[in-house]
Design a protein around this ligand. Structure first.
Ligand code: BG6
Ligand code: MG
Length: 218
């Protein structure tokens, strides 16, 4: 039985992937580096430093310059999230969180973003989580299972009874590596390794999902 639901944030509960894209795009333009929306698809769930390294594609940059670029991107990103409100929750997010709560399932947030707390506060959902962990909570980021295992620990639910909701391939891998159910949110092509995929949170019925998982093997 599922006793804990762990949510990724960016691209699952809200479309901040687009805001990450615009912040990286501004930085890349300033540096004269080509960067497209299609390139950004490969950065879903990828931590800040690793994202920058991928954008730089082998261009040599000093550690000091790397730090400066990461800070500048973050400044652009933080500016853009200051405008978020509860209207920026993706369709179905609020009602899914409410239904899980009603079903007695513990709810956690497991986001690689160091801005996660700020974002859930802006979205007006911070108080719905029984546990929140972000990019600063563990050393090894997704696809390592560490962040989700940490959240499961905070929820007091054993990993095998947790279901993770993720839009990124790295996150699906992390959930599987932790022995959890991996529920993909988004296109099948990106989420091939998920136990089950929904195009969006608004397609999920908690009862159907729980029934489905209870009849499945990991
Ligand atoms: C993930 C996003 O949630 O967090 C990535 O999908 C982002 O795009 C990563 O790079 C780190 O976020 P931040 O806010 O700490 O730079
Ligand atoms: Mg994500």
């Amino acid at each position: 039985p599922v006793q804990g639901a762990i949510f990724d944030l960016d691209g699952v509960l809200t479309d901040t992937s687009e805001l990450h894209y615009r912040a990286w795009k501004r930085l890349a333009d300033e540096a004269g580096i080509p960067f497209t929306r299609a390139d950004n698809e490969f950065l879903r769930g990828i931590p800040r430093r690793e994202s920058l390294l991928r954008i730089l594609k082998g261009r040599k940059v000093s550690e000091e310059k790397l730090q400066e670029m990461m800070e500048r991107k973050n400044q652009y990103y933080v500016e853009s999230i200051s405008l978020l409100t509860k209207r920026d929750l993706l369709p179905g997010a609020r009602s899914l969180l409410d239904s899980l709560k009603t079903a007695g399932i513990k709810i956690g947030l497991g986001s690689a973003s160091r801005n996660a707390l700020l974002v859930v506060e802006k979205l007006g959902i911070a108080s719905l989580f029984d546990a929140i962990a972000d990019g600063a909570s563990v050393v090894h980021q997704k696809p390592a299972p560490d962040l989700f295992l940490h959240v499961a620990g905070l929820l007091g639910v054993s990993a095998e009874y947790c279901a993770v909701f993720e839009d990124a391939a790295a996150g699906i891998e992390a959930a599987r590596a932790g022995g959890m159910w991996a529920i993909g949110i988004g296109p099948h092509e990106r989420l091939k390794n998920a136990h089950w995929v929904y195009p969006g949170l608004n397609e999920i019925s908690v009862t159907d999902l729980l029934d489905r998982l209870s009849g499945m093997k990991k």
